[in-house]
Design a protein around this ligand. Structure first.
Ligand code: NOJ
Length: 725
């Protein structure tokens, strides 16, 4: 007889069993302490200092970040060696061998950084979003990351809020489709495949309404507006199979989201049937104390677990108190079981039990020609031409060009917020990229403006000024009170414009800006967001016309800071709003209220004519569809990619409905002189909305369908919703 202990039987490791059965088998073995351990996430796990806690089953997950607002701060990066060393304690030393889950904010690329999400949204192209997710996942797994905290689908009409840079625009359908694209890219068909990550739709819900655009601030919104606007892209992400959802820091009408049982447990998990995991935001459970709805961490833990928050991100309230709360009977064991089941479901679905270790000897995640090609296409698709009097495209073989402004020789600054693993040295810089194309015809001035620069501008045939915001001015906790260009830049613009020569302004930004003076002074204006590693190459290709600009504004640009909010969310009031006369209607006495640049705007280097839309039928049944047709003709001399947009208005409903709402679009390539019929399959359910009783309804009556190149230049056709039609 030998003395070797019998191998523990772990039937949940049998991957041929269904996931739910594996969870049952595992949970049947777990102590309460081990269960609570599965609800606890730490920051930057240390394989040595945390060894015993991991082996005791007291840690479920770790995220890697420089701190609670890590988006604009570099950290050491993820050390895959650390991850595997920590994992070894979990898999080999803990009683049940439950693997740890490692997360990181891989938001718009990992090493190969693509445009910020607001730039991705400008592409109006879910396939680009999918490719970005796929490349990012492939690179992030090499560093041991298994879970990312994207897409962010917070709807906002608040350019002061720094986090609009991370958003996918102001409309639910655009945001939802791009989020679905990102989810597909990150998770694939089977998230347990080696090159995939779990995605996370965040921040649930209403975060984009933070009062005054002040990050984390309170939110006053009714459930009807939530359902008709803010919840919709979350639903789209859930329908696309997103595996996790993050709770938001804000309250909704007095109830902090980390304690919002109705929205998390009721709507998300109940009504929508979301069976994935809800993660807190960083110490969001503990912050219930700061918000004044819990006296201490113990009470905070009870509120959050009841609300349906499954994993406590970097706070410790659950670990410290859940066990005792269950033993005292204040929290039902079933609530903890529900949370643990969801955490384990995620781990099983990700294949962590089969493949817990991350190291891939010899694997590199440095940008490759293929990954850079995705980044280039994405950056080009994000360039939005908002004004052009003919100065663009620049003639690549004629005239001299001065390139000047704050971003001429920038690398890292063009990556944007939340690029924890991007590197400045990977960035194609604007100066170098244009020099490659224009050779001696280009003069590059340094970022500091001086009389010398002015002389250079005087001598050049055309000046290109790179203006805008550094990414440290956007992202988390980076709100501003004034959306004009940062100090000094307008002076430079005025000085160069004063020379009276052709002037192109390129605007790097993480938010809609007040571009009034830029539009007044420059002949052409290109909004390029923070474009990522191919910033310079993309810019040169668009300026010189190798690629036709085809991005569209995913958020409205208001006339001024004082006009916020201005967006397509505007609903009719008792006193009608008409852009041409509304100054007579008492909206403001010192300004008009129309947007400076409307949602959906984006020019190309040609002209496109839109015929009036026609519908295949003038009536539509509540479960039917009609075909809408619009003919678009390229009447100019260059090809283009047109974003043909379809909006609607529901003129009489139970509740006020938006004046225009984007409901579909089509990307259409047109050669010079070419005409194409674009058809939209319009389903009645596109006009469904939450009524006064908050249930979803489709009304009889007229629906106005509007097509055009942006939200301000639309032609309409009216159809009638009718039962039995
Ligand atoms: C706080 C941010 O709100 C969230 O978006 C991010 O994913 C987490 N920190 C983790 O870094």
């Amino acid at each position: 007889m030998t003395d070797v202990p019998a191998l523990p039987v772990r039937p949940w490791l049998d991957a041929t069993r269904p996931v739910e059965e594996r969870i049952d088998l595992l949970m049947a073995e777990m102590t309460l302490a081990e269960k609570v351990g599965q609800t606890h996430q730490v920051a930057n796990i240390d394989p040595d200092a945390d060894a015993d806690a991991i082996a005791a089953g007291r840690i479920s997950s770790s995220l890697y970040a420089s701190g609670p607002t890590g988006g604009n701060e570099r950290d050491e990066g993820v050390l895959v060696g650390n991850i595997d060393a920590a994992q070894r304690h979990a898999v080999e030393r803990s009683r049940l061998g439950i693997p740890l889950l490692f997360g990181r904010d891989v938001i718009h690329g990992h090493r190969t950084v693509c445009p910020i999400p607001l730039g991705i949204a400008a592409s109006f192209d879910p396939y680009i979003a999918e490719q970005i997710g796929e490349v990012a996942a492939r690179e992030a797994v090499v560093d041991g990351v298994a879970w990312t905290f994207t897409p962010m689908v917070d709807i906002s009409e608040e350019p002061r809020w720094g986090r609009v840079a991370e958003s996918l625009g102001e409309t639910p359908v655009l945001s939802g489709r791009l989020a679905a694209g990102l989810v597909r890219g990150f998770q694939g068909d089977d998230p347990s495949e080696p090159d995939r990550l779990a995605a996370c739709a965040k921040h649930f819900a209403g975060y984009g309404l933070a009062a005054g655009g002040r990050d984390y601030d309170t939110v006053s919104v009714g459930e009807n507006t939530l359902r008709n606007l803010h919840l919709r892209p979350f639903k789209a992400a859930v329908d696309a199979g997103v595996m996790t959802v993050m709770a938001a820091f804000n309250d909704v009408d007095g109830t902090p989201m980390h304690a919002h049982e109705h929205l998390i447990r009721g709507v998300l998990k109940g009504e929508w049937g979301f069976d994935g995991m809800v993660v807190a935001d960083w110490n969001g459970v503990g912050q219930l104390v700061n918000a004044g709805v819990a006296a201490d961490l113990r009470e905070a833990a009870a509120l959050a677990i009841r609300a349906g928050v499954d994993l406590d991100m970097c706070g410790g309230a659950y670990l410290a108190h859940l066990e005792e709360l269950v033993r005292s009977g204040e929290v039902e064991l079933g609530l903890v079981d529900d949370a643990v089941r969801r955490v384990l479901r995620l781990k099983f679905r990700l294949g962590l039990f089969e493949r817990p270790y991350a190291a891939r000897p010899g694997a590199s995640n440095a940008p490759t020609p293929e990954s850079r090609a995705v980044a280039l296409r994405a950056a080009q698709a994000a360039h939005v031409l908002v004004q052009n009097d003919g100065v663009l495209p620049l003639d690549p073989s004629a005239g001299s060009v001065l390139l000047s402004g704050a971003f001429v020789d920038e690398g890292e600054a063009l990556l944007g917020t939340w690029t924890l693993d991007g590197r400045g040295e990977d960035v194609a810089r604007p100066g170098a990229a244009l020099r490659e194309r224009l050779g001696d015809r280009l003069t590059v001035a340094d970022g500091r403006f001086s009389d010398v620069t002015l002389q250079q501008a005087r001598r050049a045939d055309t000046s290109v000024l790179l203006l805008g915001e550094h990414p440290s001015r956007s992202g988390e906790a980076q709100s501003v009170t004034d959306i004009r260009l940062p100090h000094g830049q307008l002076d430079v613009l005025r000085a160069v414009a004063g020379l009276g020569k052709p002037l192109v302004a390129v605007v790097y930004t993480g938010r809609p800006l007040d571009l009034s003076e830029v539009l007044d002074l420059a002949d052409a204006v290109l909004v390029v967001w923070h474009p990522g590693v191919e910033a310079g190459t993309a810019l040169a290709s668009v300026l010189l016309g190798d690629v036709e600009p085809h991005g569209r504004l995913p958020m409205t640009f208001p006339l001024s800071t004082g006009h916020i909010p201005t967006s397509t969310h505007q609903r009719p009031t008792g006193r009608l709003i008409r852009a041409d006369v509304d100054h007579e209607e008492g909206r403001y006495i010192d300004a008009l209220t129309y947007p400076r640049l409307p949602f959906g705007l984006g020019l190309s280097y040609t002209e496109v004519d839109y015929a009036a839309p026609t519908a295949s039928s003038s009536v539509l049944s509540p479960d039917g569809s009609v075909t809408l047709t619009v003919t678009v003709t390229n009447t100019g001399k260059r090809p283009c990619r047109e974003v043909v947009q379809l909006y609607f208005r529901d003129p009489v409903a139970e509740v006020t409905r938006p004046l225009v709402e984007l409901t579909d679009w089509a990307l259409v390539d047109l050669e010079p002189g070419q005409a194409r019929e674009v058809t939209f399959d319009v389903q009645a359910e596109q006009f469904a909305y939450a009524g006064r009783d908050l249930t979803t309804r489709i009304d009889e009556g007229d629906i106005i369908l509007l097509t055009g190149p942006d939200s301000a230049r639309l032609q309409s056709v009216t159809i009638t919703m009718k039962k039995d039609s």
